[in-house]
Design a protein around this ligand. Structure first.
Ligand code: FAD
Length: 397
């Protein structure tokens, strides 16, 4: 019969893989395993906090994928038998594959930041996984309910984590909300790092748009949060400073999703090591691991990278099934961030497979220019909107 391509995870990597396989390799029978009925994107979730999007704007259905001929199995992958090439489902039964594309995203490392467990996330939302959208909506409601004059704390982890500029876009969008509705309030961003993506551009934008409302504290100046206390609503730093907050957002340390770590497909780092040409797991050659779950450094853990590396993985899986050699690899990233509703900035990178991992092509990318450039910022915010529309169309049809 037809060769079976099984995709686990219907997010940026998985939905992209499934649709690309369906449209480009008609000989493949494509099955997608995803537990959720709808996908809520992390990208543009921060705009919801700013009041510039509603939850419906970032929620997508799988109807288009099913209409395209992809078999959708609404369940969790509970285990993988790489030798037998089967995936066991939580709801019972198993699915056999010839090639498996795994893109289940991240897991939050509960307890890695003392005090931060699943119960604490109901007080201090992470809003760092789309899930059913409840976390981002909880954070939004907390902002709406807080008094003017309160402090919104944001705890930011060390590298690597999902979406390097994401926390700083979040700072911006929270500040945008506060400036309009609670102008005596402030954002206190406590960081486990001393430097971050597009730092100069973000800091210029904060100064221009929000004045003194944003305070970002690097690790070396007592920014690293060492413990959180949801009962007292306190973030406590490495040096023992206790910050009492009106609202707290904890972006916790992360690893590859549980199905990856539990199946023995992750290295000690918590992320999966893959062949940089084919994305085949170093531990199991018929399993291609794409998206945030792999160690793609120096590529960022971004939706943009998940989308185009998923296509490379599918092309390599299809080539192997046809007895052909894999195509050449070249990977792209553009991460747009909104500093204000009409104030966008971006970073671009182009990457190639190298002998020992991924390599950024010298002089290939860069960041937006600094300076007072209102027209450039306005255009980049519009490009970001166009990017979101096109990538979600590419994934879901
Ligand atoms: P996901 O998109 O999270 O998809 C994983 C899917 O797998 C989920 O649907 C999940 O339900 C499913 N799954 C998990 N476990 C199982 C299992 N056992 N069985 C079956 N299914 C399973 N990136 C950008 O490029 N641009 C941006 O502007 C941007 N903004 C961001 C803003 C925020 C606030 C955040 C948090 C992230 C942002 N990102 C952005 C990053 C982007 O969200 C991730 O890089 C991207 O989602 C990674 O895709 P993925 O396929 O690895 O994981």
């Amino acid at each position: 019969g037809a060769a079976r391509l099984l995709v686990v995870g219907g997010g940026f990597g998985g939905a992209s893989a499934a649709r690309f396989a369906r449209t480009s390799y008609p000989e493949l029978q494509v099955t997608l395993v995803e537990p959720q009925a709808r996908f809520v994107t992390c990208p543009y979730g921060n705009l919801l906090l700013g009041g510039f999007r509603q939850i419906g704007d970032i929620t997508h259905s799988y109807d288009g994928l099913q209409a395209a001929g992809i078999r959708l199995v609404q369940d969790w992958a509970a285990g993988i038998d790489a030798a037998a090439r089967t995936v066991r489902l939580r709801g019972g039964g198993a699915l056999a594959y010839d090639k498996l594309i795994l893109s289940p995203g991240i897991a939050l490392r509960w307890g890695a930041l003392p005090g931060y467990d699943e119960a604490a996330a109901e007080v201090f939302p992470h809003a760092w996984m789309g899930g059913d959208g409840s976390q981002i909506e909880l954070l939004r409601r907390q902002l709406e309910a807080m008094p003017d004059g309160g402090v919104v704390g944001i705890s930011i982890p060390a590298n690597p984590y999902r979406c390097p500029p994401g926390p700083y876009e979040r700072i911006s969008m929270v500040a945008a909300y506060l400036k309009r509705h609670k102008p005596k309030s402030k954002v206190l961003a406590l960081d486990a790092k001393d430097a971050f993506s597009k730092q100069g551009l973000f800091q210029d934008g904060w100064k221009a748009l929000y004045g003194g409302m944003v305070e970002w504290v690097p690790a070396s100046q007592d920014g690293a949060v060492a413990r959180v206390d949801p009962g007292e609503k306190v973030f406590e730093t490495e040096f023992g400073t206790r910050h009492t907050l009106a609202v707290g957002n904890v972006i916790p340390p992360q690893s590859a999703a549980r199905i990856v770590t539990a199946s023995g497909l992750a290295a000690k780092t918590g992320w999966a090591e893959v062949d940089p040409l084919t994305f085949a797991s170093r531990a199991a050659p018929d399993i291609h691991i794409v998206g945030d779950a792999n160690n793609g450094a120096p590529m960022p853990k971004s939706a943009f990278v998940a989308n185009n590396t998923a296509k490379q993985a599918v092309a390599c899986a299809a080539a192997a099934l046809r007895g052909q050699s894999p195509p050449e690899g070249v990977y792209f990233n553009t991460c747009y961030s909104h500093v204000g509703e009409a104030y966008g900035i971006s970073i671009v990178g182009i990457f190639r497979p190298g002998p020992a991992g991924f390599v950024e092509v010298p002089d290939s990318g860069g960041v937006s220019p600094r300076g007072v450039l209102p027209e450039q910022r306005r255009l980049e915010a519009a490009y970001a909107d166009a990017w979101y529309a096109s990538i979600t169309r590419d994934m879901f049809g």
